[in-house]
Design a binder for this molecule. Structure first.
Ligand code: ATP
Ligand code: MG
Length: 268
């Protein structure tokens, strides 16, 4: 039983990804290696176009590596699976289904044997967790962007994936609602039955520090630097932002973005 603990939940082994449309090809990820332990929350940050979404699409199984391997629980994984849930930047709800319909559809995808009435009840309770009680019968076009994203998060979490993959989930949300949704995510993830292993793609340094245990900085189509986030959970935004550790970490990450790696040894 002990030995399985040594196996990371996710392992990227020398992964390269080449996009090839038959006319031209482009290498978006080059010999990238990292691992994520079970229960860890890891953020991937980096400049636009550095390969973050490409990395997430390999993690999700939406694209297979051109070279190298994606290992899940120590076994090579190719293609998608129900134990990995993904939330994208652009809310991917079915426009012809209500909020409840979208969430219960996700639940039935994950658990086809569940009777529809039970899936509906579960959907209502997941919508309540993200503050959408009273909006169950609304269609996506009747919801604000933030509400649509909450519905998408509720749907993905309701599917009870082992691994939650988030690609700029709050990228299109205004600053105030972004804070609300980040706090909501922290709260929902603290609840039982929440996914335990999470990878978040973001270019928001503060979001990465607030939410994650470890931050991977991507540059040169691979991981260029790695930072451990030293804060305990549950986390309180104000206390973190007032601390010296936060200021130091933020500065180190800013230096990465401006390509001035500190001599503190963070660069790998
Ligand atoms: N389907 C595709 N075909 C060809 N090239 C692609 C494809 N998708 C992405 N790329 C290229 O791969 C590189 C990495 O793209 P990716 O979307 O992973 O970047 P990103 O770090 O997520 O950027 P952003 O922060 O702007 O979302 C970019 O140069 C992009 O043009
Ligand atoms: Mg992207």
């Amino acid at each position: 039983m002990e030995s399985t603990k040594a196996v990371p939940k996710i392992k990227f082994e020398d992964v390269s990804l080449i996009y090839d449309d038959g006319v031209k090809s482009y290498k978006a990820i080059s010999d990238m290696s990292f691992s994520v332990d079970e229960g860890e929350f890891v953020s991937i940050i980096g400049a636009s176009g550095c390969g973050k979404s490409s990395t997430l699409s390999v993690l999700a199984g939406l694209r297979n590596p051109t070279a190298g391997r994606l290992m899940i629980d120590g076994v090579e994984s190719r293609g998608t699976s129900k134990n990995r849930g993904v939330v994208f930047q652009h809310y991917s709800l079915f426009p012809w289904m209500t909020a409840e319909g979208n969430v219960s559809f996700g639940i039935r995808q994950a658990m086809p044997e569940l009777p529809i009435e039970e899936a509906r009840e579960a959907a209502v309770s997941y919508l309540a967790r993200v503050g959408l009680t009273g909006f169950e019968e609304k269609y996506p076009h009747e919801l604000s962007g933030g509400m649509q994203q909450r519905t998408a998060i509720a749907r993905t979490i309701a599917m009870q994936p082992d691994i939650l993959l988030l690609d700029e989930p709050f990228g299109a949300i205004d600053a105030r609602n972004r804070v609300v949704l980040q706090d909501l995510l922290l709260e929902v993830l603290g609840q039982e039955s929440a996914p335990k292993t999470i990878v978040l793609v973001t270019h928001d340094i503060d979001e990465a520090i607030l939410l994650s245990d470890r931050i991977l900085f991507m540059d040169g189509k691979s991981v260029a630097a790695e930072f451990v986030v030293p804060f305990e959970r549950p986390r309180v935004r104000e206390a973190i932002y007032a601390s010296n550790e936060y200021m130091r970490l933020r500065q180190s990450l800013m230096r990465c973005f401006f390509n001035q790696a500190s001599s503190e040894g963070a660069y790998i």
